[in-house]
Design a protein around this ligand. Structure first.
Ligand code: ZN
Length: 485
């Protein structure tokens, strides 16, 4: 799978390079260049000066508020720097433990982890991953740009880029003006990116927690789950399966009010096998007589292998020593006419017009017979592994109040916000690492200048940055090794 994916990414860049070669100095190519587009090896970027004025206004609009804002950013970024070093150190120790131990050590809930789309990130998640990463990078750069203009540093240009598969953003500041500032002011500008990432992560987390309330005007909760997608070609797709928008309120005997209930009901269906109660008379009237035989361990009693018939086993008082009896029954009809009492033995069944017996579908493990109730439509029957149902049917607790509202919108926002929280937080922490070429390098240098450290101990900065870079590289290398491992 990932080979196909790698080929697709390579093809994308090759096609771009070919297009650039063939269009050469054509009008289209000239127009793209004038618009600020630049293409390099695995690198596409768009640079513009059209936002300079907006940043200038933002930086000069509320000076006192901005001073407090970026002052808080300075404190947050310095804490992030310490935290990032701690996280990278513990992640490194954990990776080494995994590689050296014969049995995998308990997970420490690793915060920083290498993410490679197509390898440890499902490709369909790119829809969330790429925009969330781009948003995090843009907000990061906005932090630098506003902090810089606040302190009178001119902005040359800004832009966004795509490197191999990872999007990013940048701002070009007048470095001479920046270096003429006091170390404390420089420090505020360098810290602004990390700070904005942390703020974005917190805002996204707050929105995520408030999402059930924010969605209340359009969506209600608590009366079931709405089907948001069904994998094509799976057992639940097609005319007899589930449809997007179906409201599932019960899975066999397990009531469903939320997404958590759905998972819980599916899990319990794998652990407990329930039968259904039916009057003995009804079983006699519905069953078709057929030969009972054993096929790969399971008992089969429906000759025609019809999809609507299923073989059930039951025990009878008169023949306790003679094993089970078998009945081939039309499943849907049998379920409609049976009570909804879960049972293990005949004793669990109430008296339904005469003697009532407990019937169990004769299925091979881990298959189950499950009934998905979706009023007002007919229930859907599922025969198979409940795990398959879990992986092929996506549901949401948010039930649209109006027909035009898409049932998939709240889960989409939920997933996107989760990505923003983790990617923005990770980008902030990564940039805070005291490492060459990252914000951490400039933050540490300006911080040492603030406390006059270079005069006391000149090589200190170099040693710290070398250690930080080594720590980050070791984590990256071990991250790759673990992915391959
Ligand atoms: Zn930065």
């Amino acid at each position: 799978m990932w080979v196909t994916w790698l080929a697709a990414v390579l093809s994308f860049w090759v096609v771009l390079a070919i297009l650039q070669t063939f269009t050469g100095n054509g009008r289209c190519s000239q127009w793209l260049e004038l618009s600020g587009f630049k293409l390099g090896l695995f690198h596409l970027q768009w640079e513009t000066t059209r936002f300079n004025r907006i940043f200038y206004r933002l930086g000069h609009g509320f000076p006192t508020m901005l001073d407090t804002w970026f002052g808080a950013g300075l404190a947050c970024s310095l804490c992030s720097m310490i935290w990032s070093v701690y996280l990278l150190s513990t992640a490194l120790v954990h990776s080494i433990q995994i590689l050296t131990a014969s049995t995998s050590p308990p997970s420490t809930g690793q915060v920083l982890q290498l993410v490679v789309p197509g390898v440890n990130l499902p490709l369909e998640q790119l829809l969330f991953f790429l925009p969330a990463l781009l948003l995090s990078a843009v907000i990061h750069e906005i932090g630098h740009a506003v902090a810089a203009t606040r302190d009178g540093v001119g902005l040359n240009s800004c832009g966004i880029f795509l490197f191999v598969l990872y999007p990013g953003a940048f701002v070009n500041l007048y470095t001479t003006q920046l270096h003429h500032l006091s170390p404390m002011r420089q420090l505020r500008i360098y810290c602004a990116g990390v700070w904005h990432n942390m703020v974005l992560a917190i805002v996204a987390l707050a929105l995520l927690l408030l999402l059930p309330w924010l969605m209340l005007p359009g969506y209600q909760m608590g009366s079931g789950v709405v089907v948001t997608s069904v994998t094509k070609g799976s057992a639940m797709s097609g005319p007899l399966g589930l449809e997007v928008g179906d409201l599932v309120s019960k899975l066999s005997t397990c009531k469903i009010a939320s997404n958590e209930d759905w998972t819980q009901c599916l899990t319990s269906s794998t652990q407990n096998v329930h039968g259904m109660c039916m009057s003995e008379e009804l079983v006699r009237s519905l069953q078709t007589t057929a030969t009972v035989y054993s096929r790969t361990g399971d008992i089969e009693c429906c000759d025609n292998r019809s999809l609507s018939n299923l073989c059930f086993s039951y025990s009878h008082e008169e023949m306790t020593n003679q094993g089970n009896r078998y009945a081939c029954l039309p499943v849907r009809k049998a379920l409609e006419m049976s009570g909804e009492h879960p049972c293990h033995t005949n004793a669990d069944c109430p008296a339904l017009l005469g003697r009532s017996i407990c019937l169990q579908a004769t299925l091979v493990q881990p298959a189950r017979l499950l009934i998905l109730y979706r009023p007002p439509m007919k229930p859907v029957l599922f025969v198979g592994d409940p795990g398959h149902l879990y992986h092929t049917v996506s549901v949401s607790s948010y039930i649209p109040r109006f027909p035009l509202l898409p049932p998939g919108l709240p889960p989409f926002l939920e997933t996107f916000l989760k990505y923003v929280v983790s990617l923005s937080g990770a980008l902030g922490l990564l940039n805070a690492v005291p490492c060459f070429a990252l914000d951490g390098q400039w933050i540490l240098a300006a911080l040492l200048e603030c406390v006059q450290w270079p005069k006391l101990c000149p090589p200190f900065l170099f040693v710290m940055l070398t250690l930080g870079t080594g720590l980050l590289l070791a984590n990256l290398v071990l991250g790759v090794v673990l992915l391959v491992h």
